[in-house]
Design a protein around this ligand. Structure first.
Ligand code: NHF
Length: 488
């Protein structure tokens, strides 16, 4: 089985967000289950600067308006598979991976998507599956469907589109389709304003659509999460499913994490105490053995729900609970300036309890996973989320909003004896506060808490589990496609 896997970013070459984690882990995991997978990435400026030992593969040109754009392709072998890097003028060496200029980004990723698809033909390597991810590469799926009608080379290639974050549809130049020789998409339920946008077009054309968790796959069919496409998505519901992302278990291992004061495993969980104290000392909180340390490691943006926290913490401090809850909080994250500023204010409101660090700091994030008792994830939506999986692996109990991948990976304390954390329903400070109270009460019961930690640590979040599911999905879609080559 041959799969061409396209992404805007992939670790270790370039990582900006969760997509980079997935595209850096899933292709090697697919390779391990015997899929001949090849990864294609843009040769971003940040990759060029690394001086990787790249080999020149080929050069060809793509028609654009009445001219041609030259495509140069390089490759290297990595983790048992070939990685191709696409270069050309739309992929500017000085531009960031995602810029604030939608026009530049839409041209860059349209060019990349179409060049990556053409690459298969240049290599004379016929993929069974084209697997694109998010809006950046969705146009490859759309172009494939048009090509299949005229080009026998692609006649038996089925497509899978991964959705990691639906609201990013790929706004940009609506003239791009025509410039690259593609016709606009038509579907009675596809809103007019989306008919030239990459993600909706990819959804229209894909043989299968995979969201990164089963719950998110259901949620995007609703008006609340559907980004204006819910009706259209419902029309494609039979082709939509969800497969949970995995976690890189080697990168995230409390037994081998050099950022921790003391390494530990489920067998030596008591050693975690040293990391708690180290975390308190590092951020300047009182070293207090009984305090429940709550942590938050999140991008500071509206999606992540950081703005729910101030009112929830105020509520917590006003509780007439006897004995009073003893809590501390460490918040780490960078992003939106206003949200950062509001978070920093919490330090002056709770000087002996709260510390806020508004920068990107890998070491501190790992110290929080290894030292905090609870991790708070109040996301408004969360396609999958890695934070809760990392936290569980580190024996840090997650308290998350019941949405998307959080709902699929955290088993709620009051709902099941197999519980691994706490879920709260509404994206409101009151609902978050309710969750905090349940977590803090449970934390007082040392035995129950330890059991919660151990159950979290024993969860199987390996990529191999996800890769098996993708392999099955690829086989299903190939079978369906061979029966009905017209596709969606
Ligand atoms: O984990 C990778 C990531 C998800 O929930 C995350 C998100 C973006 O919002 O699939 O994509």
């Amino acid at each position: 089985m041959k799969a061409l896997f396209l992404a805007a970013e992939a670790e270790p070459f370039v990582k900006i967000g969760g997509l980079g984690d997935v595209a850096g882990s899933l292709p090697p995991a697919l390779r391990r289950v015997s899929i001949d997978v090849r990864l294609v990435l843009p040769l971003h400026g940040v990759i060029k600067k690394q001086g990787l030992p790249l080999h020149f593969v080929c050069e060809f040109s793509l028609p654009y308006k009445k001219k041609e754009i030259i495509v140069k392709v390089f490759s290297l072998e990595w983790a048992g598979l070939t990685v191709y890097f696409i270069d050309g003028t739309p992929i500017s060496p000085t531009a960031p991976v995602y810029s604030s200029d939608p026009l530049a980004d839409s041209l860059k990723y349209a060019f990349f998507s179409l060049a990556a698809l053409r690459l298969a033909r240049e290599l004379d390597w016929q993929p069974d599956i084209l697997h694109a991810n998010d809006w950046h590469t969705a146009l490859a799926v759309y172009a494939l469907k048009q090509l299949r009608a005229t080009d026998p080379f692609f006649a038996s290639t089925a497509s899978v589109l991964g959705i990691h974050n639906l609201p990013y549809l790929g706004n940009g130049s609506s003239a791009l389709l025509k410039a690259f020789g593609l016709s606009p998409g038509r579907h009675a339920l596809l809103p007019k304003w989306t008919q030239t946008l990459p993600l909706p077009l990819g959804i229209l054309a894909a043989d299968r659509i995979v969201a990164v968790s089963p719950s998110y796959a259901r949620e995007i069919l609703t008006p609340e999460y559907g980004s204006g496409l819910d009706e259209f998505l419902r029309a494609r519901a039979d082709s939509i499913s969800g497969i949970l992302n995995g976690l890189d278990l080697e990168r995230w291992d409390p037994l081998n994490d050099s950022c921790l004061e003391k390494n530990y495993s489920s067998e030596t969980l008591a050693d975690r105490k040293a990391n708690r104290e180290h975390l308190q000392a590092e951020v300047g909180l009182p070293i207090h053995a009984d305090a429940a340390i709550m942590g938050m490691v999140n991008r500071m943006d509206y999606q992540k729900g950081m703005d729910l926290l101030p009112e929830a913490l105020t509520g917590l401090s006003l509780l007439k609970q006897k004995p009073a809850f003893d809590w501390q909080m460490v918040i780490l994250g960078a992003g939106d300036a206003e949200i950062e500023a509001r978070a920093r204010q919490l330090e002056s409101e709770f000087p002996t309890r709260v510390r806020v660090v508004t920068r990107f700091d890998v070491r501190l994030s790992r110290m929080i996973y290894g030292g905090a008792d609870v991790i708070i994830i109040p996301s408004r939506y969360e396609p999958c989320g890695l934070t809760q999986m990392i936290a569980m692996r580190y024996g840090c109990v997650p308290l998350g909003r019941s949405t998307g991948g959080l709902r699929d990976t955290i088993f709620d304390y009051d709902q099941t004896r197999e519980s691994t954390g706490f879920l709260f329903e509404e994206a409101t400070p009151q609902s978050l506060l309710g969750g905090m109270i349940r977590a803090l009460k449970t934390h007082r019961d040392k035995q129950s808490w330890r059991e919660l930690q151990l159950r979290g640590m024993a969860q199987d979040f390996s990529w191999d589990r996800s890769a098996d599911q993708y392999k099955k999905l690829y086989a299903d879609v190939m079978r369906e496609f061979s029966k009905n080559p017209e596709g969606a």
